[in-house]
Structure formats: C-alpha cells, structure tokens
Design a protein around this ligand. Sequence first.
Ligand SMILES: [Zn+2]
Length: 410
Amino acid sequence: MVPQFRYQLLKAVDTTPEDKVEYQGEAIDDNLLRQLQLLFGYLELSERHAASAKALCFAFKDYDGTPTKTGEQKDSQEFLNIFFERIESLLKPTSQCDLLKDVFAGNLCSQLICQSCGAVRNKIELFYNLSLQVKGSTGIYDSLAKMVKGQTIEDYMCEGCNQKVDVTKRSLLADMPNVLIVHLQRIVFSFDTLANDKVNSRFEFPRVLDMKEYSYKEVTKGEAKDEDLQELLEVQDDEYVYRLAGVNVHVGTADHGHYYSIINTKRGASEPQGDVDEATWRKVEADPWKVFNDATVSSFNFERDLKSESFGGDGEQNNTASDAMSDAELTAFLSSGTQSYGKSAYMLIYERMSKKGLHEAAAGGESVEVGFRQVEKFVPDWIAEQVHADNKSFLVDSQLFDEQFFGLLY
Ligand SMILES: [Zn+2]
C-alpha cells in the first residue's frame, strides 16, 4: 500500500489489444498490468467491502504459463521478485518505465577485501528488497551489523597480491530507496531435514529505523576509497532514516500457512512530512493502523500488539505447529488462537524521511520529475467507468436484499 506507486502506475497506458479469455465463467482481459490497474481502481473507488484478485491471479502466470494457483503457499519474497520483474517489463514502453526503480530500488556495495594485501573489489548490486538474516540475529540492527562485518572466504585468488588468500566479503548500504522493503529470512533450507524450515525466533525491528551506521560512507571512514564510488560519500544522513509503514505477517510453517498485513494507513498525501515536522513523523504509533486479512479489514492496536503479532519468538508452551501436522490439524491449530510459533513478520515496509522525485517519460524522450509528495490521486476513465457500473449493480443488489429482508419482517 504505497499510494504514490498506485497512482503513478495507474497513469501507465498499456496499448496492447484487449485479450479476453473465458475463465471460471468470466471473460477476463489476460493482461497483468491492466489487471493490476483494475484492482488498484477497485480498491480506490469500489463501494464493496473488498475487491477480488481473481482476474489478477489469472493474468499472473507461472514460468510455464499456468495461472497463479491461489491454494498453494508461495514464498512472498519470491512472489514479489517475479511480480516486480513482470510489472517492470510491462511498464517499459509506458511513461512509468522508471517507476519501480524510483520507488523501491536501492543499491548495496558488495566488497571483497584481501586480508593479505588489503586490495578491495567493489561491486554495486541493485536490490528491490533488502534480504536480512534472521537465524542467529536478535533484530534488524544486529542483522545489519553482521552484514557489514561480513565473513571470511578462504582460498580466493587475489588480483592485488596474485596469490590464493583469505578475503572478507561484506555488504554495505550504498544508496537507499524511497520505500524500503525488508525481507526477513525466516524460511531457510535445513541440511538436517533437507527441506525448508521456518525460523520463528524473536527478531525485533524499530518504528524508526536509522541505518546510517551500516552505510558505505560510515563503514569505510578512514579506509582507502574507490574514486568511482565518490557519490556514495555524498549521501545525506537523513537518507538512511525510515519510519515503519507496513508489516507482512506469516502464520504457519515453511509449507503451510497464511499471510496478512498490518498497515499504517496514514500514507500518501496524509503522511506527515519528516523534513517539516519530524516529531509527528516519528510518532508512528499515533497513526491509524489496520490489519488487512483476506476480505477483512480491522483496526489494530499498534502500541499493545505489534510485538506479540510480529516479532516472533517461542512464546508459551504447547503452541508449536509442526510440519508433521495434517492440513486439518494445522487449520484447527491456527484457529485455536493459542499459537505463537509460526506467527511473525516476514516482510517489512519502511518509508524514508527524505523522498527522491519520481520520473515520467514524456514525448521526445524527455524525462519529467514529479515530487514524491506531489503525486495526486488518479484513476483513468476506463477504470472509473467500470467500477462505477459495478457500484451501481452492487447498490441495487443491496437494496433488493433489503426489500426482501423487510418483506420477511412484515
Ligand atoms: Zn591481496
């Protein structure tokens, strides 16, 4: 739920002809970008309490061309990566060709440092989500510290001293996105069981995240620098400061489970401006938070429930779900309300205090910059008309229902 992303994406015009395919009694336009736009349009304008993602799931195909199987558990990071890849290629010919990069992309500086001669090899790596290790870490800062500290790789051929040596491999934050998606590595392959396991240990994350300490600029202080990376030294401190905007929770085991989201709904134009009123901007807990769970939206007591809902941990006894459970046993367990194993944050969404502008391709190969906070609500006519027609039939249906209801009463 990033309003600026939604409205900008709704501005893209996909000119490929409509491709109506009959699916489960409905004629669906088999175009992923238009289906995503339609879903965003419904979420914006529909009178119904929820919008259906059926057509979107149909248009989003696996590598072999089969529609998304909604009954199968998918890893949400894997899903997001493939989804972004598809959307990015569909946006390429439109005015919004840079949208995904402008909103979500950051860079890591991956370094190999020779422990013998000190030679450093830098590699800039683009990311759309920052994937952090949970196993053995107590929280985001601990995990970032380990990422920056790095690990030793033996027998590496160093070009500096021309011999096989031990090198340190570490990753530093280079430049950061407007909206940071953090992936928590809770599903990991176990060499004991030769299957995926879920790590549900306690992993803490702050409301306001300041990552300056883990940046290229800070970590390499006093070290020799690569001239090509000069611009990374000019990144401002506030470009590493973020506020929590959303938490994607996974309940269950590595194989079975369910996702839902806890979202700060004070977003877009109503988000406080950090550079103007930092105190309000930092008070994330004062914002209206809601839980989005399938078709149900309910309010969320952030102060009271965030930790128990999303930090994970072993919790009380007798609350361990296991992969040995059958689907029915797991469903019963999950609905018993006593579980804490398996309930923990899987993806985190953070919004940066200082925002970079977004770019729109204009006629003649020009690029126009749009201020992140200046993005306005937009729904194209073709979608608005469709949603309004649906609203009309929905309202007529509800009135009809009321009449029958009153007919029964009197
Ligand atoms: Zn060396």
